[in-house]
Design a protein around this ligand. Sequence first.
Ligand code: COA
Length: 172
Amino acid sequence: MASFVIRNEKPGDEEAIFILTQTAFETMPYSDGSEGFIVNRLRADGDLAYSLVAIAGQDAGEAIIGHVAFSPVTVGSSEGWFGLGPISVAPNMQRKGVGKALIAQGLDRLRAAGGKGCVLVGDPGYYARHGFVSNGKLTYADIDQAFIQYIAFTDDEPEGEIHYAAAFGEAG
Ligand SMILES: CC(C)(COP(=O)(O)OP(=O)(O)OC[C@H]1O[C@@H](n2cnc3c(N)ncnc32)[C@H](O)[C@@H]1OP(=O)(O)O)[C@@H](O)C(=O)NCCC(=O)NCCS
């Protein structure tokens, strides 16, 4: 088990988060190389509602080894939802529970802030482990519905098109 702590992003973390994000997504077949820029634009637009970093222990130089962004989304006509992503863990630190901890702590913050829940577009094989489900009622551009998942903090079942912050581009 890796030794790391999770904290909110703070001033000075921006460049390390950008490099981490670009590096983590670099070899992913679904990446267009935009993810680090999306995080920067979310921040610039005031849409980076929650930005958490994972910091390796002292023996690893207290480097930023993981990051997750949450931004406001609307689901159908419903507000109060957040979108998870991008999420990145340094390639040499993956499969040690860093991603799991970032997601769990992020969801705790959204829940504590009174959010309705969280949506994402991603691999169900990974996100189902964190309680995300697909109900077949959410749409995002022309993405296969199985990849559009959510976790609800109330009895509200999300339905309709997801609209992400402007940083995500036209489809948002
Ligand atoms: C996805 C990512 C954030 C996960 O971070 P992580 O710290 O490695 O995740 P965890 O350690 O919490 O969980 C790893 C487990 O999930 C599994 N897993 C990771 N991605 C998976 C996937 N797409 N489908 C199924 N399982 C997956 C791993 O096999 C591992 O399982 P194991 O421990 O039983 O072997 C990381 O792999 C990453 O940065 N990837 C590149 C960027 C990316 O693709 N981001 C997500 C886009 S939707």
